[in-house]
Design a protein around this ligand. Structure first.
Ligand code: ZN
Length: 89
């Protein structure tokens, strides 16, 4: 099988050969992603190592953009089950 190379360079591009099947009802799952709404822009949610650490003065949690793996979300159209993948970029 040939890998699918989506788009050009940039965050969130990756290759997953096949859409997985739903573990509950065996339907082919739809590929998607989890948008993360910032103030002016929408980003793709990523996976980060370890536990979330609170930022003491600025609120929110510590964020290390270089360590993020973009998350691909597969959703079952039949039962709604969502599975997340964070393959290396
Ligand atoms: Zn399902």
């Amino acid at each position: 099988m040939r890998p699918i190379v989506a788009g050009s360079a940039g965050v969130g591009m990756m290759a997953i050969n096949n859409s997985p099947r739903c573990p509950k009802c065996q339907k082919t799952m739809e590929r998607g992603h989890i948008p993360d709404r910032g103030r002016n822009q929408v980003f793709q949610s990523g996976w980060s190592h370890g536990e979330a650490e609170r930022q003491r003065f600025f609120g929110g949690i510590k964020f290390r953009p270089k360590e993020q793996l973009p998350l691909t979300a597969f959703r079952c159209p039949s039962c709604g089950y969502v599975e997340l993948y964070a393959p290396p970029g």
